[in-house]
Design a protein around this ligand. Structure first.
Ligand code: DP6
Length: 330
């Protein structure tokens, strides 16, 4: 056991290139397929946990605002596992700050739950390996399992709680980046959890998704090893569009797109027609993310500024894994 240390822990968000879209076990958050993501440097969460015998209940402060029970629930899954592992009964105070660019409105469960896994285990005096941290973060939110690592990480679905965790794939120290086009910052109406549940239960295409995702995953790993941006981009775009096609094929159907989403998708095609290697990905919301060369991001931004305000465009490069911060924040 380590000393119990209440330190700030930082985790960066990740965006999936091969999407996680469906669980086989909702309690343990075991996915239906392996997924693969890139951790990015533009969005992160910093979190500190303090276990305190004086507290009567767990409390969560997000961006200096105390959160309600609903927001606390996911966090408590992680706190309870940590308390059990450490033999602790104290309640905890969680302080968390989301660092997202102005107007983006992109609170991220991946960075949030990964930072919490790191901060809670540190505060309880547990000395967890990255694999154990990934498993712990996964219990809060599946995608958080991948934010333990920088660069490209693969979440291996596994067969049980013990073997479902992320592994590092490539440090992404090559010419790849992402441009976020923020078309809207409203909260999504159908959460990822609900959306994927409906798809698994009702989409007639789900088997096809699983079979083709295994093929995509093998292909993208080869493309990453070869630093082949065009291949990485094409495969990612395909994975995202298939995920969104599942939503349209669910019963009742749903989708995350707005007219502005379609316009941004069209923009990606236009850029490609102009010869830029640019590919899109989208998650459980209307915003569009462009996979591109990091070295071309400024040039692409200048073109996109003809259609978007500067604060709608966020440029991101590959980011690092979980970090313990030595300095006291704020
Ligand atoms: C579309 O990790 O938010 O971003 O495990 O239910 O908390 P829960 O879901 P979450 O889902 C992320 C879905 C996605 C694709 C991905 O990140 O792989």
């Amino acid at each position: 056991m380590l000393n119990k240390e209440s330190k700030w822990v930082r985790a960066y968000t990740n965006i999936a290139f091969i999407k996680y879209w469906g669980k086989k076990d909702e309690t343990f958050i075991l996915p239906q397929n392996n997924s693969l993501s890139l951790t990015l440097d533009a969005f992160y969460t910093e979190t500190k946990v303090t276990f305190d015998s004086e507290l009567k209940a767990d409390v969560l402060w997000l961006d200096h605002v105390e959160q309600d029970e609903k927001a606390l629930k996911k966090a408590q899954v992680i706190l309870d596992i940590v308390r059990q592992k450490a033999g602790l009964e104290d309640c905890a105070k969680i302080e968390s700050i989301n660092h997202v660019p102005t107007a983006a409105g992109l609170a991220s469960s991946a960075s949030g739950l990964a930072a919490l896994a790191g901060a809670a285990s540190l505060a309880a005096g547990l000395d967890l390996s990255k694999t154990e941290l990934s498993r712990l973060a996964r219990r809060g939110s599946g995608s958080a399992s991948r934010s333990i690592y920088g660069g490209f990480a693969e979440w291996q679905q596994g067969t049980s709680d013990a073997d479902s965790f992320a592994v590092p794939i490539d440090d992404a120290d090559w010419d790849i980046g992402m441009i976020f086009i923020i078309v809207e910052d409203a909260q999504k109406e159908i959460s990822s959890t609900e959306g994927m549940r409906r798809v698994v239960e009702t989409s007639p295409y789900y088997e096809g998704w699983l079979a083709s995702t295994a093929t995509d995953l093998a292909a993208i790993k080869t493309a990453i090893a070869e630093q082949d941006l065009a291949q990485v981009g094409e495969i990612s775009e395909r994975s995202a569009l298939k995920m969104h096609a599942l939503n349209l094929s669910a019963h009742p159907p749903f989708n995350y797109w707005t007219p502005e989403t379609i316009k941004a998708m069209q923009k990606v095609e236009d850029l490609r027609a102009q010869g830029y290697p640019v590919y899109l990905t989208m998650d459980a919301g209307p915003n569009v993310k462009l996979i591109c060369k990091a070295s071309q991001m400024e040039e692409l931004k200048n073109i996109l500024l003809q259609d978007y305000h500067a604060d709608q465009l966020v440029l991101a490069k590959p980011g690092p894994g979980l970090q313990v911060l030595e300095d006291e924040q704020e």
